[in-house]
Design a protein around this ligand. Structure first.
Ligand code: IPM
Ligand code: MG
Length: 353
Protein backbone atom coordinates (compact mmCIF):
# COMPACT_ATOMS: atom_id res chain seq x y z
CA UNK A 1 0.00 0.00 0.00
CA UNK A 2 1.15 3.55 -0.71
CA UNK A 3 2.46 5.04 2.51
CA UNK A 4 3.13 8.71 3.16
CA UNK A 5 5.07 10.11 6.05
CA UNK A 6 3.46 13.14 7.67
CA UNK A 7 5.25 15.29 10.22
CA UNK A 8 2.50 16.41 12.61
CA UNK A 9 3.03 19.58 14.63
CA UNK A 10 0.09 20.27 16.90
CA UNK A 11 1.62 23.30 18.61
CA UNK A 12 0.01 25.41 21.33
CA UNK A 13 -3.44 26.62 22.39
CA UNK A 14 -6.20 25.02 20.32
CA UNK A 15 -3.56 23.42 18.05
CA UNK A 16 -3.76 19.91 19.56
CA UNK A 17 -7.59 19.83 19.53
CA UNK A 18 -7.97 20.86 15.92
CA UNK A 19 -5.15 18.69 14.60
CA UNK A 20 -6.66 15.61 16.31
CA UNK A 21 -9.83 16.17 14.28
CA UNK A 22 -7.93 16.63 11.03
CA UNK A 23 -6.21 13.29 11.70
CA UNK A 24 -9.55 11.64 12.35
CA UNK A 25 -10.76 12.79 8.95
CA UNK A 26 -7.48 11.97 7.18
CA UNK A 27 -7.63 8.45 8.59
CA UNK A 28 -11.15 8.07 7.25
CA UNK A 29 -10.14 9.08 3.71
CA UNK A 30 -6.89 7.15 3.65
CA UNK A 31 -8.81 4.03 4.63
CA UNK A 32 -11.39 4.65 1.92
CA UNK A 33 -8.95 5.51 -0.87
CA UNK A 34 -6.36 2.85 -0.07
CA UNK A 35 -3.26 4.61 1.17
CA UNK A 36 -1.61 4.90 4.52
CA UNK A 37 -0.53 7.97 6.47
CA UNK A 38 2.27 7.48 8.93
CA UNK A 39 2.38 10.28 11.50
CA UNK A 40 5.53 11.52 13.18
CA UNK A 41 4.48 13.83 16.03
CA UNK A 42 6.90 16.67 16.84
CA UNK A 43 6.97 19.82 18.94
CA UNK A 44 7.15 23.42 17.76
CA UNK A 45 6.21 26.72 19.38
CA UNK A 46 5.82 27.44 23.07
CA UNK A 47 5.48 23.75 23.95
CA UNK A 48 8.83 23.09 22.26
CA UNK A 49 10.44 26.00 24.09
CA UNK A 50 9.28 24.50 27.40
CA UNK A 51 10.96 21.17 26.62
CA UNK A 52 13.97 22.09 24.45
CA UNK A 53 14.51 25.80 25.16
CA UNK A 54 13.95 26.42 21.43
CA UNK A 55 10.72 27.07 19.52
CA UNK A 56 11.95 24.90 16.62
CA UNK A 57 14.08 21.98 17.84
CA UNK A 58 16.45 20.41 15.30
CA UNK A 59 14.65 17.07 15.51
CA UNK A 60 11.37 18.71 14.43
CA UNK A 61 13.00 20.33 11.42
CA UNK A 62 14.71 17.06 10.54
CA UNK A 63 11.44 15.15 10.73
CA UNK A 64 9.77 17.78 8.53
CA UNK A 65 12.54 17.54 5.94
CA UNK A 66 12.18 13.76 5.87
CA UNK A 67 8.40 13.76 5.43
CA UNK A 68 6.08 14.08 2.45
CA UNK A 69 4.30 16.97 4.17
CA UNK A 70 3.89 18.84 7.44
CA UNK A 71 0.46 19.14 9.04
CA UNK A 72 0.50 22.02 11.47
CA UNK A 73 -2.01 23.42 13.99
CA UNK A 74 -1.09 26.73 15.62
CA UNK A 75 1.47 28.25 17.97
CA UNK A 76 1.76 30.99 20.57
CA UNK A 77 0.30 32.13 23.88
CA UNK A 78 0.65 34.77 26.60
CA UNK A 79 3.02 32.54 28.57
CA UNK A 80 5.75 33.01 25.95
CA UNK A 81 5.02 36.61 24.91
CA UNK A 82 7.87 38.17 26.85
CA UNK A 83 10.65 35.89 25.62
CA UNK A 84 13.36 37.38 23.41
CA UNK A 85 12.16 37.42 19.80
CA UNK A 86 14.23 34.42 18.64
CA UNK A 87 12.76 32.24 21.40
CA UNK A 88 9.14 33.20 20.80
CA UNK A 89 6.82 30.55 19.34
CA UNK A 90 6.30 32.64 16.17
CA UNK A 91 10.04 32.47 15.45
CA UNK A 92 9.74 28.69 15.27
CA UNK A 93 7.05 28.97 12.61
CA UNK A 94 8.97 31.55 10.59
CA UNK A 95 12.11 29.42 10.79
CA UNK A 96 10.41 26.25 9.58
CA UNK A 97 8.79 28.14 6.68
CA UNK A 98 12.19 29.55 5.69
CA UNK A 99 14.08 26.28 6.22
CA UNK A 100 11.62 24.32 4.10
CA UNK A 101 11.70 27.00 1.39
CA UNK A 102 7.93 27.43 1.68
CA UNK A 103 7.80 30.78 -0.13
CA UNK A 104 4.30 30.40 -1.57
CA UNK A 105 1.37 30.60 0.78
CA UNK A 106 -1.96 29.80 -0.86
CA UNK A 107 -5.00 30.91 1.11
CA UNK A 108 -8.30 30.15 -0.57
CA UNK A 109 -11.26 32.14 0.75
CA UNK A 110 -14.51 30.60 -0.40
CA UNK A 111 -17.97 31.34 0.92
CA UNK A 112 -20.24 28.38 1.60
CA UNK A 113 -23.89 28.99 0.67
CA UNK A 114 -24.85 27.40 3.98
CA UNK A 115 -22.88 30.01 5.89
CA UNK A 116 -23.80 33.04 3.87
CA UNK A 117 -25.50 34.54 6.93
CA UNK A 118 -22.39 34.04 9.03
CA UNK A 119 -20.55 36.70 7.07
CA UNK A 120 -20.49 40.13 8.64
CA UNK A 121 -21.30 41.47 5.18
CA UNK A 122 -24.68 41.37 3.46
CA UNK A 123 -25.42 38.08 1.70
CA UNK A 124 -25.89 39.74 -1.70
CA UNK A 125 -22.34 41.11 -1.38
CA UNK A 126 -20.65 37.84 -0.45
CA UNK A 127 -22.59 35.23 -2.43
CA UNK A 128 -20.21 33.23 -4.69
CA UNK A 129 -17.04 34.83 -3.34
CA UNK A 130 -14.09 32.67 -4.37
CA UNK A 131 -10.71 34.31 -3.81
CA UNK A 132 -7.24 32.84 -3.73
CA UNK A 133 -4.71 34.89 -1.81
CA UNK A 134 -1.19 34.06 -2.98
CA UNK A 135 1.02 35.43 -0.24
CA UNK A 136 4.82 35.59 -0.47
CA UNK A 137 5.94 33.88 2.73
CA UNK A 138 9.70 33.92 3.21
CA UNK A 139 10.70 37.49 2.40
CA UNK A 140 9.83 41.11 3.04
CA UNK A 141 9.66 42.72 6.47
CA UNK A 142 9.35 39.36 8.23
CA UNK A 143 12.88 38.35 7.31
CA UNK A 144 14.67 41.48 6.04
CA UNK A 145 18.06 42.31 7.54
CA UNK A 146 19.16 44.46 9.24
CA UNK A 147 16.52 44.80 11.93
CA UNK A 148 16.83 46.09 15.45
CA UNK A 149 14.93 47.23 18.48
CA UNK A 150 16.71 49.86 20.56
CA UNK A 151 15.34 51.88 23.47
CA UNK A 152 14.51 55.03 21.58
CA UNK A 153 14.03 53.67 18.09
CA UNK A 154 13.56 50.46 16.14
CA UNK A 155 13.66 49.45 12.49
CA UNK A 156 12.91 46.65 10.07
CA UNK A 157 13.98 46.16 6.48
CA UNK A 158 11.62 45.46 3.62
CA UNK A 159 13.69 43.82 0.93
CA UNK A 160 12.77 41.72 -2.10
CA UNK A 161 14.93 40.40 -4.91
CA UNK A 162 13.79 40.01 -8.49
CA UNK A 163 14.09 36.22 -8.17
CA UNK A 164 11.86 36.13 -5.09
CA UNK A 165 9.13 38.11 -6.85
CA UNK A 166 9.40 36.15 -10.07
CA UNK A 167 8.86 32.74 -8.49
CA UNK A 168 5.80 33.77 -6.47
CA UNK A 169 4.31 35.67 -9.43
CA UNK A 170 4.58 32.48 -11.52
CA UNK A 171 2.64 30.57 -8.87
CA UNK A 172 -0.11 33.20 -8.94
CA UNK A 173 -0.40 33.14 -12.74
CA UNK A 174 -0.39 29.34 -12.86
CA UNK A 175 -3.17 29.29 -10.26
CA UNK A 176 -5.14 31.94 -12.18
CA UNK A 177 -4.99 29.79 -15.33
CA UNK A 178 -7.01 27.15 -13.50
CA UNK A 179 -9.51 29.73 -12.19
CA UNK A 180 -10.99 32.94 -13.57
CA UNK A 181 -7.72 34.12 -15.13
CA UNK A 182 -7.45 37.37 -13.18
CA UNK A 183 -4.47 38.37 -11.07
CA UNK A 184 -4.67 41.46 -8.89
CA UNK A 185 -1.28 42.38 -7.49
CA UNK A 186 -1.58 44.31 -4.26
CA UNK A 187 1.18 46.70 -3.21
CA UNK A 188 2.00 50.22 -2.10
CA UNK A 189 3.83 51.38 -5.20
CA UNK A 190 2.91 55.01 -4.57
CA UNK A 191 5.25 54.93 -1.54
CA UNK A 192 7.54 51.87 -1.54
CA UNK A 193 10.48 51.01 -3.82
CA UNK A 194 9.94 47.31 -3.17
CA UNK A 195 6.44 47.65 -4.62
CA UNK A 196 7.84 49.33 -7.74
CA UNK A 197 10.11 46.31 -8.26
CA UNK A 198 7.14 43.99 -7.69
CA UNK A 199 5.26 45.81 -10.48
CA UNK A 200 8.17 45.61 -12.92
CA UNK A 201 8.86 41.94 -12.32
CA UNK A 202 5.22 40.87 -12.25
CA UNK A 203 4.58 42.69 -15.55
CA UNK A 204 7.46 40.73 -17.07
CA UNK A 205 6.12 37.40 -15.78
CA UNK A 206 2.65 38.32 -17.08
CA UNK A 207 3.98 38.32 -20.66
CA UNK A 208 4.20 34.52 -20.46
CA UNK A 209 0.52 34.30 -19.51
CA UNK A 210 -1.36 36.14 -22.26
CA UNK A 211 -4.64 34.54 -21.16
CA UNK A 212 -4.43 35.97 -17.65
CA UNK A 213 -5.26 39.61 -16.96
CA UNK A 214 -3.07 41.51 -14.53
CA UNK A 215 -3.97 44.62 -12.61
CA UNK A 216 -2.29 46.50 -9.79
CA UNK A 217 -4.03 47.79 -6.72
CA UNK A 218 -2.76 49.75 -3.73
CA UNK A 219 -3.15 47.83 -0.50
CA UNK A 220 -5.34 50.44 1.19
CA UNK A 221 -7.71 50.36 -1.76
CA UNK A 222 -7.63 46.54 -1.80
CA UNK A 223 -8.61 46.44 1.88
CA UNK A 224 -11.58 48.63 1.02
CA UNK A 225 -12.59 46.75 -2.16
CA UNK A 226 -12.47 43.44 -0.27
CA UNK A 227 -15.39 44.54 1.91
CA UNK A 228 -17.07 46.65 -0.79
CA UNK A 229 -17.18 44.05 -3.55
CA UNK A 230 -15.22 40.87 -2.70
CA UNK A 231 -16.58 39.05 -5.76
CA UNK A 232 -14.40 41.35 -7.85
CA UNK A 233 -11.29 39.36 -6.91
CA UNK A 234 -9.98 36.09 -8.32
CA UNK A 235 -6.27 35.70 -7.45
CA UNK A 236 -4.69 38.27 -5.14
CA UNK A 237 -0.90 38.24 -5.40
CA UNK A 238 0.94 40.10 -2.68
CA UNK A 239 3.97 40.33 -0.43
CA UNK A 240 4.29 38.79 3.02
CA UNK A 241 2.86 41.40 5.42
CA UNK A 242 0.08 42.64 3.13
CA UNK A 243 -0.91 39.01 2.56
CA UNK A 244 -1.01 38.32 6.27
CA UNK A 245 -3.41 41.21 6.79
CA UNK A 246 -5.60 40.75 3.73
CA UNK A 247 -6.06 37.02 4.28
CA UNK A 248 -7.48 37.61 7.76
CA UNK A 249 -9.83 40.17 6.26
CA UNK A 250 -10.86 37.71 3.54
CA UNK A 251 -11.58 35.06 6.15
CA UNK A 252 -14.16 37.20 7.95
CA UNK A 253 -15.95 37.76 4.67
CA UNK A 254 -16.44 33.99 4.65
CA UNK A 255 -17.96 33.92 8.11
CA UNK A 256 -15.29 32.74 10.50
CA UNK A 257 -11.54 32.64 10.67
CA UNK A 258 -12.05 29.05 11.80
CA UNK A 259 -12.86 28.01 8.24
CA UNK A 260 -9.85 28.98 6.14
CA UNK A 261 -7.05 26.51 5.31
CA UNK A 262 -3.71 27.26 3.77
CA UNK A 263 -0.83 25.59 1.98
CA UNK A 264 2.72 26.86 2.32
CA UNK A 265 4.74 25.44 -0.54
CA UNK A 266 7.59 25.96 -2.93
CA UNK A 267 10.34 23.84 -1.42
CA UNK A 268 10.72 20.09 -1.10
CA UNK A 269 8.19 19.77 1.72
CA UNK A 270 5.09 21.89 2.24
CA UNK A 271 3.33 22.98 5.43
CA UNK A 272 -0.44 22.70 5.62
CA UNK A 273 -1.96 24.91 8.28
CA UNK A 274 -5.13 26.84 9.14
CA UNK A 275 -4.72 30.59 8.70
CA UNK A 276 -5.87 31.29 12.26
CA UNK A 277 -3.76 31.39 15.41
CA UNK A 278 -3.67 29.36 18.61
CA UNK A 279 -6.64 31.13 20.29
CA UNK A 280 -5.41 30.50 23.86
CA UNK A 281 -8.59 32.11 25.24
CA UNK A 282 -10.71 29.17 24.04
CA UNK A 283 -8.13 26.36 24.25
CA UNK A 284 -9.21 23.19 26.03
CA UNK A 285 -12.91 24.04 25.98
CA UNK A 286 -13.84 21.91 22.98
CA UNK A 287 -15.36 24.87 21.13
CA UNK A 288 -12.69 25.54 18.50
CA UNK A 289 -13.73 25.05 14.89
CA UNK A 290 -11.59 22.26 13.35
CA UNK A 291 -12.77 22.90 9.78
CA UNK A 292 -9.82 25.12 8.74
CA UNK A 293 -7.40 22.38 9.80
CA UNK A 294 -9.46 19.60 8.26
CA UNK A 295 -9.50 21.54 4.98
CA UNK A 296 -5.74 22.11 5.30
CA UNK A 297 -5.50 18.31 5.39
CA UNK A 298 -7.38 18.27 2.09
CA UNK A 299 -4.90 20.74 0.58
CA UNK A 300 -2.10 18.50 1.81
CA UNK A 301 -3.61 15.49 0.03
CA UNK A 302 -4.06 17.49 -3.16
CA UNK A 303 -0.77 19.36 -3.40
CA UNK A 304 1.73 17.21 -1.50
CA UNK A 305 0.44 13.67 -2.04
CA UNK A 306 -1.43 14.03 -5.32
CA UNK A 307 -4.45 12.26 -3.80
CA UNK A 308 -7.02 14.46 -5.51
CA UNK A 309 -9.99 12.18 -4.99
CA UNK A 310 -9.35 11.96 -1.27
CA UNK A 311 -8.90 15.74 -1.07
CA UNK A 312 -12.23 16.36 -2.80
CA UNK A 313 -13.90 13.81 -0.55
CA UNK A 314 -12.89 15.85 2.49
CA UNK A 315 -14.15 19.08 0.93
CA UNK A 316 -17.45 17.44 0.03
CA UNK A 317 -17.83 16.04 3.54
CA UNK A 318 -17.27 19.49 5.07
CA UNK A 319 -19.92 20.99 2.79
CA UNK A 320 -22.32 18.19 3.68
CA UNK A 321 -21.77 18.64 7.41
CA UNK A 322 -22.53 22.34 7.03
CA UNK A 323 -25.58 21.79 4.84
CA UNK A 324 -26.92 19.29 7.36
CA UNK A 325 -26.74 22.04 9.97
CA UNK A 326 -23.78 20.94 12.09
CA UNK A 327 -22.11 24.00 13.60
CA UNK A 328 -19.32 24.72 16.05
CA UNK A 329 -19.84 27.60 18.46
CA UNK A 330 -18.24 30.30 16.27
CA UNK A 331 -20.88 29.75 13.57
CA UNK A 332 -23.69 28.50 15.80
CA UNK A 333 -25.93 31.51 15.17
CA UNK A 334 -26.34 30.62 11.51
CA UNK A 335 -28.94 28.02 10.54
CA UNK A 336 -27.69 25.50 13.09
CA UNK A 337 -29.54 22.26 13.59
CA UNK A 338 -26.95 20.90 15.95
CA UNK A 339 -24.21 22.68 17.91
CA UNK A 340 -21.08 20.51 18.04
CA UNK A 341 -17.92 20.41 20.07
CA UNK A 342 -14.61 20.35 18.23
CA UNK A 343 -14.45 16.56 18.46
CA UNK A 344 -18.07 16.06 17.43
CA UNK A 345 -17.53 18.16 14.31
CA UNK A 346 -14.49 16.04 13.43
CA UNK A 347 -16.47 12.85 13.91
CA UNK A 348 -19.40 14.11 11.82
CA UNK A 349 -17.10 15.01 8.92
CA UNK A 350 -15.15 11.74 9.21
CA UNK A 351 -18.46 9.89 9.25
CA UNK A 352 -19.55 11.58 6.02
CA UNK A 353 -16.45 10.41 4.12
C1 IPM B 1 -0.21 33.59 9.84
C2 IPM B 1 0.19 34.07 11.22
C3 IPM B 1 1.71 34.14 11.30
C4 IPM B 1 2.19 35.12 10.25
C5 IPM B 1 2.27 34.50 12.69
C6 IPM B 1 1.79 33.55 13.76
C7 IPM B 1 3.76 34.61 12.70
O1 IPM B 1 -0.41 35.29 11.50
O2 IPM B 1 0.17 32.47 9.47
O3 IPM B 1 -0.90 34.33 9.14
O4 IPM B 1 2.18 36.33 10.48
O5 IPM B 1 2.57 34.66 9.17
MG1 MG C 1 -1.83 35.92 10.05
Amino acid sequence: MKTYKICVIKGDGIGPEIVDEAIKVLDAVSHKFGFELEYDHRLMGGCAYDVFGEPLPDETLESALNSHAVLFGAIGGAKWDNLPRDKRPESGLLKIRKSLGAFANLRPAVIYDELINASTLKSEVVRDVDILVVRELTGGLYFGQPREKKDESAFNTMIYTKAEIERIAKIAFEAALKRNKKVCMVDKANVLETSQLWREVTSQVAKNYPDVSLEFMYVDNAAMQLVRNPRYFDVILTENLFGDILSDEASMICGSIGLLPSASMGGKVGIYEPIHGSAPDIAGQGIANPIATILSGALMLRYALNEEEAASAIEEAVKKALSEGYRTKDISAYDAKEICTTAEMGSVIAGLI
